[in-house]
Design a binder for this molecule. Structure first.
Ligand SMILES: Cc1cc2nc3c(=O)[nH]c(=O)nc-3n(C[C@H](O)[C@H](O)[C@H](O)COP(=O)(O)O)c2cc1C
Length: 399
C-alpha cells in the first residue's frame, strides 16, 4: 500500500506505462502479417501492466482531496484503456494469425505472378479463341487492348488459316494495340502430321511477335468434325522437336477434354514446361462440332468425355517443374482461386471473354477487373497475400 501512497513512484510508473503504451501504438503495424506486431503487442501489454497500477496508486494517493470522484474516474479511465488496448495486444502477442483475414486487405492482396519471364498483374490468361475472319480480327484486337489495360496474358486462336492464306494474318496482328502483353501464338499439334513443322511454328510466332507458342491437342473435335484430321500418331517426338527448335517456350493444351498426369509426364519428357488443362466443365467442342454436323446425339454422348478440370489440375500439378494453367469452365475469380489452390499457377478463361470481346476493349478490361476483384476477395477472406500463399491453401469438399 505504501507504493500507492508514494506519489512520485506512482507518477513514474504512470509515465513509464504511458510511454510504453505510446511506443507500442507508434510501432504497431497495420497488418498482423507484419513481423513487428509481436514486439509492439508486448510493449502495449507492459504499458498497460505498469500504467494501470500507477493509475490506481495515483487515485488512492489523491483520495483525501476528492475521495469518490477520483477513484471512480481513475477506475473508468483504466477500464477504458484496458478495453481498447488489451484485445488487439493479446491477439497480436499470442495469436497473430487470428487477425490475418481482417489485416490482409490493408497489406494489399497481390495477384501478380511471373509468367514466361514477365510480370502479370493477375494470374489470368485470356484463352485462345479466334482469328481468320474480319469479325475475328475485331475480337482479337478488343481482347488484346483489354489485356494491355489490365496486365493479363492473351492466347490467340489457331493461326493455321493465316499460314495457309497470308491475307488472314492481319486478323491476328495485335501487337500494335498490345505492346506490353504476354502474347501466345497457337497451332493444332495435329498439323505436325499434316505438312507443318518447326518452320510453320516459327512463322506463327513471328507473325504476331509472340512470347510463346501454344500447340493444342483436339482429338475429340477432329473425330467429330466431318472434315476432321484424325492422324494423331507419333506426335510426341514432333512436339519435342518444336520445343527444341522453335526459339520460344511451348505450351501444350487441350481444348475441353483435360490432360492426364501420364500425358503431362510424357510432354515434360519432351521438354514442355507449360501445360494448360482445358478440362471438361466448360466449352464443349463435342457439342459444337456435333451441332455443326447436325448430329446432336453424338455431341451429348461425348460432351463429358475426358477429365474434369479440377481432376486434371490435380494430376498435372503432380508433375515436377511444370507451370500449370487451369482452364475449362473457369468462369470467375472464385473459380480461378480454387484452381490455383488445387495446384495451378494461373487460370485461363475463353468463353467468358467472347461476349465482351464482341462489344469493346473496355468491356474485356471490365471482365478482367471483375474477375481479379473476385479473386482478391477470396484471397482476403482466406487471409493470403500472394498467389504463392494461395497455392498452399487446402480445398475441402463443398468449398
Ligand atoms: C469460340 C472459341 C474458339 C476457340 N478456339 C480455339 C483455338 O483456336 N485454339 C485453341 O487452342 N483453343 C481454342 N478454344 C478453346 C479454349 O482456348 C479453351 O481451351 C476452352 O474453350 C476451355 O475454356 P472455356 O471453358 O473457358 O471456354 C476455343 C474456345 C472457344 C470458346
Amino acid at each position: 500500500m505504501n507504493f500507492f501512497r508514494n506519489q512520485r513512484r506512482t507518477g513514474a510508473a504512470l509515465l513509464l506505462g504511458g510511454l510504453l503504451l505510446a511506443a507500442g501504438y507508434i510501432v504497431m503495424p497495420t497488418t498482423s502479417l507484419d513481423d513487428a506486431i509481436v514486439p509492439a503487442s508486448w510493449l502495449i501489454l507492459f504499458g498497460v501492466a505498469l500504467g494501470l497500477p500507477g493509475l490506481a496508486g495515483f487515485a488512492l494517493g489523491q483520495r483525501a482531496a476528492a475521495p469518490r470522484s477520483t477513484v471512480t474516474g481513475a477506475f473508468l479511465i483504466g477500464l477504458g484503456i484496458a478495453m481498447v488496448t488489451l484485445p488487439a495486444a493479446l491477439l497480436g502477442a499470442f495469436d497473430r494469425h487470428a487477425l490475418d483475414d481482417t489485416d490482409a486487405y490493408h497489406a494489399s492482396v497481390s495477384g501478380t505472378i511471373e509468367f514466361l519471364g514477365r510480370r502479370l498483374d493477375a494470374p489470368l490468361l485470356i484463352s485462345s479463341m479466334t482469328g481468320g475472319t474480319e469479325m475475328a480480327g475485331r475480337i482479337n484486337r478488343n481482347l488484346a487492348a483489354g489485356a494491355e489495360r489490365t496486365g493479363v496474358a492473351l492466347g490467340l486462336g489457331s493461326q493455321r488459316k493465316a499460314l495457309e492464306d497470308p491475307v488472314k494474318a492481319d486478323t491476328f496482328r495485335v501487337r500494335e494495340v498490345a505492346p506490353g502483353v504476354v502474347l501466345l501464338a497457337n497451332l493444332g499439334a495435329v498439323q505436325l502430321n499434316y505438312g507443318m513443322g518447326v518452320r510453320e511454328c516459327r512463322q506463327a510466332v513471328e507473325m504476331i511477335g509472340a512470347d510463346a507458342l501454344i500447340l493444342h491437342l483436339n482429338a475429340l473435335q477432329e473425330a467429330i468434325q466431318p472434315e476432321g484430321q484424325g492422324n494423331f500418331s507419333g506426335l510426341l517426338p514432333k512436339i519435342g522437336e518444336v520445343v527444341r527448335e522453335v526459339g520460344v517456350p511451348v505450351v501444350v493444351k487441350e481444348i475441353g477434354c483435360g490432360i492426364t498426369e501420364a500425358t503431362a509426364r510424357a510432354l515434360a519428357a519432351q521438354g514442355v514446361r507449360i501445360v494448360d488443362t482445358a478440362g471438361v466443365g466448360g466449352t464443349s467442342w463435342a457439342r459444337i462440332e456435333a451441332a455443326r454436323a447436325r448430329d446432336l446425339e453424338i455431341g451429348e454422348l461425348f460432351a463429358g468425355w475426358g477429365l474434369p478440370t479440377p481432376e486434371s489440375v490435380r494430376q498435372v500439378s503432380r508433375v515436377e517443374g511444370l507451370t500449370v494453367i487451369a482452364s475449362g469452365g473457369v468462369r470467375n475469380g472464385l473459380d480461378a482461386a480454387k484452381a490455383i489452390a488445387l495446384g495451378a499457377d494461373l487460370a485461363g478463361l475463353a468463353h467468358p471473354f467472347l461476349a465482351p470481346a464482341l462489344e469493346s476493349a473496355e468491356a474485356v478490361a471490365d471482365k478482367v477487373r471483375r474477375t481479379v476483384r473476385e479473386l482478391r476477395i477470396c484471397m482476403f477472406c482466406l487471409g493470403v497475400k500472394t498467389i504463392g500463399e494461395l497455392r498452399t491453401k487446402k480445398l475441402v469438399r463443398g468449398s
